[in-house]
Design a protein around this ligand. Structure first.
Ligand code: HEC
Length: 273
């Protein structure tokens, strides 16, 4: 005889009630006590670790849990590259995929919220009592896909290259650009290339395959090909807002000499021959 889903659910519910009756414990105080004790244990462990860290380390000397922080925080730095903890690498990389300003909200709010709603709604839309993995192809494939995509995103986020000025300069990137662009004999331009690598321009712009391409900033590999001249680039970089660019910060603080170097570099960047 066929059993209707309703009857089947009633039977499950009845059995559940009987189970609770027989061997169940109420949430309060049993489970609450359990959780409270466990939370306190975790907090106590953290406090103990902090105390060990503080008393075994001594200023710059590392103890068993590492040294104290000795450097002052610098709120004005633009060279700092923020990176999340490893368990947020997948979100971090999602943000990199949606790097155009109009789509950032998708990566930061849209997709995570959608997934959370799906997760919260799970008990309401997945009401089949079937437990065997082999009989739940849709749920199984969905779960595997979620795990794989989070794994891949975490991996990509962990290995994502930052356009770190010091790294680019150490590997001789600016000199390579000078060779490729044919301005190696223009000393001012080569110094400008180094400044360009150092000044965080590559956090937004790309140049000969380096950099991030964020916030709609254009590739600057052949920005000099337009023939707008050194003076234009100087004025642009020192105050981009006057050209309607409110995304890029003003680099006037670099000073006239450095701005000349940067502008000479930009003007000499006419695309590889
Ligand atoms: C916060 C992101 C950001 C940073 C950092 C940044 N820029 Fe920009 N820059 C932009 C954006 C966005 C545009 C395009 C604005 C537009 O199209 O109106 C732009 C445009 C430019 C242009 C004009 C390109 C053209 O063809 O008109 C130049 C030149 C330029 N940037 C140079 C630099 C240099 C040099 C640095 C570093 C000293 C730098 N930028 C740092 C975001 C940035």
């Amino acid at each position: 005889m066929a059993v209707s889903p309703k009857e089947r659910n009633r039977a499950y519910h009845k059995r559940y009630k009987e189970d609770v009756e027989r061997e169940g414990k109420s949430f309060y105080p049993y489970a609450v006590l359990h959780d409270s004790i466990m939370s306190l244990v975790v907090v106590a462990v953290i406090i103990v670790l902090a105390v060990i860290w503080h008393y075994t380390a001594d200023g710059t000397d590392a103890g068993i849990l590492g040294p104290w922080y000795t450097d002052q925080a610098d709120p004005g730095t633009i060279a700092f590259v923020p990176r999340p903890d490893w368990f947020f690498y997948f979100l971090f990389y999602l943000l990199r995929i949606f790097k155009w300003p109009e789509t950032v909200v998708l990566g930061t709010v849209g997709i995570p919220t959608l997934l959370l709603i799906l997760l919260i709604g799970l008990p309401f839309y997945d009401r089949r009592p079937e437990r065997r993995i082999s009989r739940r192809p849709v749920a199984t494939v969905a779960a595997i896909l979620v795990v794989i995509s989070m794994g891949v995103l975490t991996w990509k986020g962990a290995t994502a290259k930052e356009a770190l000025g010091s790294e680019l300069i150490a590997t001789g990137e600016p000199e390579r650009w000078a060779q490729e662009q044919g301005f190696a004999d223009n000393r001012t331009a080569v110094e400008g290339a180094r400044l360009f690598a150092e000044s965080g321009c590559l956090n937004c712009h790309t140049y000969l395959g380096e950099g991030n391409g964020n916030l709609g900033a254009p590739d600057l590999t052949d920005v000099g090909a337009s023939g707008r001249g050194v003076d234009f680039f100087k004025s642009y970089v020192s105050n981009p807002a006057q050209y309607g660019n409110n995304v890029m910060i003003s680099y006037g603080y670099l000073g006239d000499e450095n701005l000349t170097k940067l502008a000479t570099f930009l003007n000499a960047s006419k695309g590889p021959k």
